[in-house]
Design a protein. Structure first.
Lengths: 267, 271
């Protein structure tokens, strides 16, 4: 069934980067979890790496508009979302999968994704199509009418990814999306990421370095709330030498950059 | 993998010659919890590195002489002891049974002595529903909902309306049965719900509803439950006052509607 394309969809984008942050600071309680971060992320898949406690989850929650920054500028899709209307418009084009994926156990996968599609204000005529398309993309078609309480961990994660992509977001934020997926599912997930990343900005926070290596184009490395490195994956690979610990060049680059940053900040 | 660590692996662990980093981590995680393997480790290390083992024993004796002993807090001890007798999952059921019996007692005494119990309890009823329908403790999808465009006053009002649709007919029916004026039963409930929502724009809806409900229970219900006189603010003459309060608080909720876009619960420290 053909659908009409609205003027906003065909209008050229007026922003260079989907996510732009300038000295972003977010506090959790008395701790500064994100301390003066600069980000410029455009179309493509970007990996967010860092040790535990570096502030990755806080950063992703701030980009998902759950938290408000205490200082600094944050521009998402060209707007600094001051007004209510702008915030609503922005959230319609956002997709988010939190680290702890809370769900309703008695809902079926299809019902849950439909509920999230309603919450994301997907136009009613397109909901059924969008839901089916999202479920097919994460390969849950066979289990679409099973209750979420009966799914295994990996399938639950995939259902979470389905709800994140149901509204075809321009910014997709995934916090540890591959936890519990087996290797074949991880490879399919990387294909899905590359597919979405060709049109949107995807930020994936993960500990699995091989996922970053296979799917991501840019990498942001964080430590204790600050950016250690933000750039192309090849620069991260080139940063490590054989003397650094790690089994792959990405791991060596990661350890090298972290070590240099910690030495530099402890001086 | 056998449930306990094989002796050769323990030997290579003690001699620091074998396990890779991943195996080491798994091994140590198991050893921390398994008393059988700890005993075997002691034997292996005493047999193969007697000097090191003797040194560690000395250190352990000195430390245990100087460090204060660990005492479990009393509540943890009681809970541990209880768990040996009753099933741990019995807790909520036991609380529910107690609650039902208390309710039956209160209601039967209310019907018998024509006390103002309904007037006292009615306003807090919607608050329970509001507290349960919102918040990280009862709504598992709370975090995701906060990032959707529908989050905000609209969704809050929809959920509150659902709660009121359930509670108001029940209260009206109870009022009809006991012969109290419907305005006295419904208006304070409405006013208290608006107060809960208005306070929720400042401190989070779940916390506000819980606080108001507890406050109402402590300061109104408990003192008045055994009296037979209706308190002055729940009499017929106070009904316009409650209506005005409901209107003012409703206006406050609409004015502060921007506060519902960012859940206050997002600032709760995670335990």
């Amino acid at each position: 069934m053909p659908r009409t394309v609205s003027a906003t969809e065909t209008a050229p984008t007026r922003y260079a980067h989907h996510i732009r942050a300038n000295a972003l600071t977010v506090r959790r309680g008395s701790r500064t979890a994100v301390d003066g971060i600069d980000l410029n992320l455009g179309t493509g898949v970007h990996g967010l790496l860092g040790p535990n406690g570096a502030g990755k989850t806080t950063l992703i929650r701030t980009l998902a508009t759950v938290l408000t920054p205490h200082a600094g500028e944050l521009e998402l899709l060209g707007s600094t979302r001051h007004s209510r209307g702008e915030l609503r418009e922005l959230r319609r084009r956002l997709g988010y999968l939190p680290q702890v994926f809370g769900h309703y156990r008695r809902f079926t996968v299809r019902e849950f994704v439909e509920y999230m599609a309603w919450l994301k204000e997907v136009p009613r005529r397109r909901v059924a199509d969008a839901v089916q398309h999202a479920i097919d993309r994460v390969d849950l078609t066979g289990r679409a009418d099973d209750r979420m309480g009966s799914l295994s961990g990996g399938m639950l994660r995939r259902a979470g990814i389905a709800q994140a992509i149901v509204n075809d977001p321009d910014i997709l934020l995934l916090d540890e999306p591959t936890v519990g997926l087996d290797p074949a599912q991880r490879m399919e997930f990387r294909d899905l990421l590359r597919d979405i990343g060709s049109q949107s900005c995807v930020l994936v926070s993960t500990h699995l370095v091989e996922d970053v290596g296979a799917a991501c184009v840019g990498v942001v490395l964080m430590d204790e709330g600050r950016t250690v490195f933000a750039g192309h994956l090849d620069h991260l690979r080139a940063a490590g030498t054989d003397a650094d610990p790690g089994d792959s060049d990405i791991e060596r680059g990661y350890s090298a950059l972290l070590r240099r940053h910690r030495q530099a900040t402890s001086d | 993998m056998t449930p306990h660590v094989p002796r050769e692996l323990l030997l290579s662990y003690v001699l620091d010659s074998g396990p890779s980093a991943g195996a080491l981590w798994t091994l140590e995680a198991h050893l921390e919890q398994c008393a059988v393997c700890q005993a075997e480790l002691r034997e292996v290390s005493a047999a193969h590195c007697p000097a090191d083992t003797a040194l560690m024993e000395q250190v352990r004796e000195r430390l245990s002489a100087t460090l204060p002993p660990v005492t479990r807090r009393r509540w943890h001890r009681v809970r541990g002891g209880l768990a040996r007798w009753a099933a741990p999952a019995l807790g909520p059921w036991a609380a529910a049974v107690v609650l039902v019996v208390l309710c039956a007692l209160v209601l039967s005494s209310a019907v018998a002595r024509d006390s103002p119990t309904l007037l006292l309890l009615a306003p807090a009823m919607p608050l329970l529903g509001v507290a349960v329908s919102w918040g990280p403790h009862s709504d598992p999808v709370h975090e995701l909902i906060a990032t959707t465009p529908r989050a905000g006053l609209g969704l809050v009002l929809r959920r509150t309306l659902a709660v009121l649709t359930l509670v108001i007919p029940a209260l009206a029916a109870a009022g009809g049965i006991t012969g109290t004026a419907p305005a006295l039963v419904l208006l304070p409930a409405l006013a208290l719900t608006c107060a809960g929502l208005a306070l929720g724009s400042v401190m989070g809806i779940q916390r506000a509803a819980t606080a108001l409900g507890t406050g109402w229970a402590l300061f109104v219900v408990v003192p008045g439950i055994d009296g037979s006189t209706v308190p002055s603010y729940l009499r017929e003459s106070a009904a316009p006052g409650w209506a005005a309060a409901a209107a003012v608080l409703g206006a406050v909720v609409v004015v502060c509607r921007n506060a519902y876009l960012h859940p206050r619960e997002a600032r709760v420290r995670r335990r």
